[in-house]
Design a protein around this ligand. Structure first.
Ligand SMILES: Nc1nc2c(c(=O)[nH]1)N[C@H]1C(S)=C(S)[C@@H](COP(=O)(O)O)O[C@H]1N2
Ligand SMILES: [Mo]
Length: 262
């Protein structure tokens, strides 16, 4: 009678076995998923690095995903979808200075600066800041985001890129796929899709907090494109060009996402 298990004990043992089996299965699944993840990681880690061309320097499978994401995001991009804006009182007074590539002092004179608009291979429109100031001024207060992980509510003023294109009758240029911009010394440069350039919140900015831009923030003229990360917001624009191919882009060449949309 002593060694006889009670019905209750038998039930308990059954349950124990069931639980052990379940634990084993979930452990096995966990291990398999883990192995797959490690395998996937190793595969990615050993995948070829793309050559440094327009984009560069990242694992090719990763770049494929970034490029496919771009195609998808561009399909759903809408000029009716606006970035959130804030009252001016919420804008920071001390605007962060992040990086200064292409803003070297040598060879740059703000007084003789001109904006070069490359209309075609052999047609350049040259503009002064006063020309742009004659166009309607647009101001925006929004949350500026840098890929390095910081953001700030900032207040910028200037001319809408779309207004600038319309005023100078750059209709054919606006039909092209991409806009390229670079600093006068060509050391920093960006490319972006035309939809983002023509977005109603994209501006060629000449003011910050209601005052002319400082040198560090891109005087005399910089790009403010709220639908993109900070990297695309080129400071000190020297040249604007148009193309159906992706223009060179400083950070895309070094491994970053070409699209860099938000
Ligand atoms: N010419 C130029 N423009 C530039 C950069 C740069 O190094 N050189 N850095 C970009 C990056 S990464 C960011 S986050 C913003 C920062 O702008 P800010 O210095 O005015 O904050 O400018 C962008 N535009
Ligand atoms: Mo940035």
């Amino acid at each position: 009678m002593e060694n006889q298990k009670s019905a209750e004990e038998i039930e308990e043992e059954k349950l124990d076995r069931k639980l052990n089996r379940r634990n084993f299965l979930s452990f096995a699944t966990f291990a398999a998923v883990g192995a797959a993840a490690v395998g996937g990681w190793k595969w990615l880690y050993h995948a070829d690095i793309e050559p440094r061309k327009i984009t560069g320097f990242t694992r090719e499978p990763l770049r494929d995903v970034l490029n496919k994401n771009e195609t998808l995001f561009r399909k759903f991009f809408s000029h009716d979808h606006l970035v959130k804006t804030y009252p001016k009182s919420e804008a920071v007074k001390n605007v962060r200075i992040n990086s200064l590539i292409g803003l070297e002092k040598e060879g740059f004179d703000a007084d003789t600066w001109e904006l070069n608009v490359q209309k075609s291979k052999d047609q350049i429109l040259k503009l002064r800041l006063d020309d742009l100031k004659k166009l309607p001024k647009t101001e925006i207060v929004f949350d500026f985001k840098c890929v390095e992980g910081w953001d700030q509510i900032q207040h910028w003023g200037g001319v809408k890129f779309a207004d600038f294109m319309a005023h100078y009758q750059l209709h054919n240029q606006a039909k092209m796929e991409y806009v390229g911009m670079k600093t006068p010394n060509s050391k920093y440069y960006i490319g972006m899709d035309m939809e983002s350039a023509l977005h109603p919140q994209t501006i060629l900015a000449y003011e910050m907090n209601g005052r002319p831009l400082t040198i560090e923030h891109g005087a005399p003229l910089r790009l403010i494109v709220p639908v993109k990360y900070g990297i695309k917001n080129l400071k000190r624009i020297g040249t604007i060009s148009f193309s159906n191919e992706r223009p060179p882009d400083f950070w895309a060449r070094l491994g970053y996402d070409y699209y860099s949309g938000l």
